[in-house]
Design a protein around this ligand. Structure first.
Ligand SMILES: [Mg+2]
Length: 324
């Protein structure tokens, strides 16, 4: 494994990271993988410790009226642990830094923190530390997730000829956000999908054992996150519009471009995942495994509809998109 960071995909957020880290000192030999993937990897025993940190800010990532304080905490932990799943790592622990507005009183912090603890334990991990503050006038949660893995799935190891697969169905969380922002009330299953995304921990380990070559979790949307696999692996990805597994009543466009699903995009050598593989996956986990496209020589992500390349509405969620 190379300690050189894999290239990031397009986007204003990633332009900032690129500008700063080009001046960074490369990490020492204990660090098997630095920034640029879903987790950093530190050599440990026969394998690695996987580490990731994920920030949730009120007004940016969520609006508190959309859910309860407990759900705010749960979601922050679930999306942090999703990065462990993306490396096929097993969760060990979380650390949680939480700011709540001074005006909110201690009850809010306690309820959010309880949500963090519940999600941590539901994922088989232990809460091992953190920090609480009452300063700025917003809820801010920063969750560090720690896991262990022997053979990690990376973003940088997809190869031309690989097939691309997606777990579950896409678009429900984005549909919930869209409904809230329009002043409406999302369907219950959309709302649940936004607040309680399921980190695909066991699914990822299963797929790694079955021969997957690369993976990423879909935080920013299938299109945007495909761009990260393409950039990290130095290849192009082709996605078939008709194959995108949209959640019920969700338009393909939202399934393709909407973020927050926290399903997995996985590459695997062509023909390794057979009909038996997908049937067994669905039987084991209760969600589909869908072939959505292929890796090719070249760069970037292209979408095909009825065999013709189309201009897909792009990028998913980009916090700094107006600069990029
Ligand atoms: Mg990720």
């Amino acid at each position: 494994m190379s300690r050189t960071p894999p290239p990031l995909g397009p986007g204003g957020e990633f332009d900032i990271i690129r500008r700063v880290l080009k001046d960074a000192t490369p990490p020492g030999p204990e660090i098997a993988l630095g920034s640029g993937d879903d987790c950093a990897l530190i050599r440990h025993g026969d394998g690695f410790l996987a580490l990731s940190v994920d920030l949730s800010v009120e007004g940016g990532h969520f609006v508190s009226d959309w859910g309860t304080p407990e759900l705010i905490g749960e979601r922050a932990v679930r999306i942090a642990i999703s990065d462990l799943a993306a490396m096929s790592a097993e969760p060990l622990a979380t650390l949680v830094s939480l700011n709540t507005p001074r005006t909110a009183g201690s009850g809010l912090a306690e309820r959010i923190f309880r949500g963090c603890l519940a999600a941590t334990e539901a994922c088989g991990a232990a809460h091992i530390g953190g920090d609480l503050s009452h300063a700025a006038d917003a809820i801010v949660i920063d969750v560090t997730a720690l896991g262990k893995v022997v053979e990690p799935l990376l973003r940088s190891t997809a190869r031309p000829g690989d097939a691309l697969w997606v777990t579950g169905r896409l678009g429900a969380a984005a549909a919930a956000v869209r409904a809230w922002k329009a002043g409406g009330k999302p369907k219950d299953r959309w709302r649940r999908r936004f607040w309680e995304p399921p980190p695909r921990i066991e699914e990822a380990r299963w797929l790694a054992r079955a021969g997957a070559s690369a993976a990423i979790d879909l935080s920013d949307g299938l299109l945007a996150d495909s761009g990260h696999i393409a950039a990290a692996s130095g290849i192009g990805l082709e996605i078939d519009w008709e194959a995108v597994p949209a959640a019920p009543e969700i338009e393909t466009e939202i399934a393709l471009a909407g973020g927050e699903d926290y399903e997995l995009l996985v590459a695997a050598p062509r023909d390794i995942f057979t009909d038996d593989t997908t049937a067994e996956f669905e039987l084991t986990f209760g969600v589909p495994l869908t072939r959505v496209g292929r890796a090719v020589s070249g760069s970037g992500v292209r979408v095909f509809r009825a065999g013709q390349e189309i201009e897909a509405a792009s990028p998913g969620f980009d916090h700094f998109g107006d600069e990029g």
